[in-house]
Design a protein around this ligand. Structure first.
Ligand code: CUA
Length: 158
């Protein structure tokens, strides 16, 4: 079969682009080590309910640490547990989160807190709550039909 000159050219271009794309993909995957930037530890996603601290999600006051409160949060389709917490203004808060099923997001609207929760990983973020208000936590990773209903609330009170 005779191949037109242009067809050959396009074929070569297509193949080269694909190779370049795969190289870039390989480099970035290697660079990040297949781990979300906020993830610190591994967890079996099927055992989340029985592994501490995720066996007791919620807000806890802690002592002798660099933060005052820990928010242990479990994401699943299509909710966050807990759905709402109240933290005193000025507290240093450490968020410790994971997912029981698929990838979910954890974005605190109006702040720069934005984590990806991936099955098998524990994501952490420490922040100081210096403003009172109601901060909505939303899922910013599409996770299915109930994605837009996934919400939690961090209330910072005086
Ligand atoms: Cu969970 Cu989108």
């Amino acid at each position: 079969m005779h191949m037109h000159r242009y067809e050959k050219w396009w074929l070569t271009l297509g193949t080269s682009s694909l190779i370049i794309f795969l190289i870039i993909l390989g480099i970035s995957a290697f660079h990040q080590g297949h781990q979300p930037p906020s993830a610190k530890a591994y967890i079996n996603p099927e055992q989340v309910d029985v592994i501490a601290p995720f066996d007791e999600p919620g807000l806890k006051k802690v002592k002798g640490k660099e933060w005052d409160y820990e928010l242990v949060l479990v994401a699943s389709t299509f909710l966050y547990n807990p759905g709402e917490v109240e933290v005193p203004k000025g507290s240093r808060l450490k968020i410790i989160a994971t997912t029981k099923d698929v990838i979910h997001g954890f974005e605190v609207a109006g702040t720069n807190i934005n984590m990806m929760l991936e099955p098998g990983y524990i994501s952490e973020y420490t922040t100081t709550l210096d403003k009172t208000g109601e901060f909505l936590v939303v899922c910013n990773e599409y996770c299915g039909v109930g994605h837009h209903t996934m919400k939690s609330m961090i209330k910072v009170v005086d």
